[in-house]
Ligand binder design. Structure first.
Ligand SMILES: Nc1ncnc2c1ncn2[C@@H]1O[C@H](COP(=O)(O)OP(=O)(O)OP(=O)(O)O)[C@@H](O)[C@H]1O
Ligand SMILES: [Mg+2]
Length: 253
């Protein structure tokens, strides 16, 4: 029943966790049951981006066999369910069998399971890919990062996993960047959303409040649009959001 969506990238720091948190929340706000799973055990950030300090009920507790998958489900104030990864490093590792068991369990009650994957082409990437129905690749408009997107596209083809498309994040609109058209041509994938490089993102991460929680954030609207596209719905930003953003700017907020 569930739809398992992995958020992946070759290069680190492209904005996977930012995308996983905001997309999960946007899917949840459309009335879906969503579980978001942090599988980046080396550098876990998902819980913090959702305003939570993971102390117990972590993915490591499940991997160690101390608690079952359901006991590890944490609930965000919005109702979004998530499984954090612990801040201190442990010796636990995720195997394909273990992640499969987890997502199978979540599929029993969730409409969507979103996996925040680790960067690179190691075990974590392949485990996420193998249990996914579809993947979203997050990249920045740098030619080196885009070569990695190509590699992901090749691997997905080999393993017969669908790539929904590319989220092009941290766009500054400078000449040295790869354009949407170039990225689509190089990777053979569609760019399904474009997010600017904006201080609002840093602020939201610092405040531990995803931008989707702000009804009038333009970037928040981009994630709502993406969630609507992924679920065959339509999203229209409120007509007065622009006015509210201008007023906030005038007030220096
Ligand atoms: N659109 C954006 N504009 C400005 N800063 C951004 C944007 N997206 C992400 N960032 C910044 O980039 C950093 C990395 O983002 P994030 O942690 O989501 O990336 P990641 O791909 O999950 O990283 P990792 O590969 O380490 O897991 C964050 O600290 C965030 O402040
Ligand atoms: Mg991350």
């Amino acid at each position: 029943m569930s739809d398992v969506i992995s958020i992946v990238s070759g290069k680190g720091g492209t904005g996977k966790t930012f995308t996983a948190a905001n997309l999960s929340l946007a899917l949840q706000k459309f009335g879906n049951q969503v579980v978001c799973l942090d599988t980046d055990l080396d550098s876990p950030n998902l819980a913090m981006q959702l305003g939570h300090i993971p102390e117990d009920k972590t993915i490591e507790d499940v991997l160690r066999g101390d608690i079952n998958e359901l006991k590890a489900v944490n609930v965000h104030g919005s109702g979004l369910m998530f499984i954090p990864s612990s801040l201190p490093l442990t010796n636990e590792r995720i195997t394909e069998g273990k992640i499969k068991k987890m997502v199978d369990r979540f599929s029993g009650f969730a409409d969507h399971t979103v996996i925040d994957a680790p960067p690179g082409f190691r075990e974590g990437f392949y485990n996420s890919m193998k249990v996914s129905d579809r993947m979203i690749v997050v990249t920045n408009p740098e030619f080196q990062a885009i070569q990695d997107v190509r590699k992901i596209a090749d691997e997905a083809r080999k393993h017969n996993v669908k790539i929904e498309g590319v989220v092009l994040n941290k766009v500054e609109g400078i000449l040295e960047e790869a354009s949407r058209h170039e990225i689509e041509k190089i990777t053979g994938l569609d760019v399904i959303q474009t997010i600017p490089h904006h201080n609002e993102v840093r602020k939201s991460i610092h405040k531990m409040q995803p931008l989707v929680a702000d009804k009038h954030s333009k970037i928040g609207h981009s994630f709502r649009e993406l969630a609507a596209d992924l679920t065959g719905k339509r999203f229209r930003a409120p007509w007065y959001s622009k006015i509210i953003r201008s007023l906030r700017k005038l007030k220096g907020e």
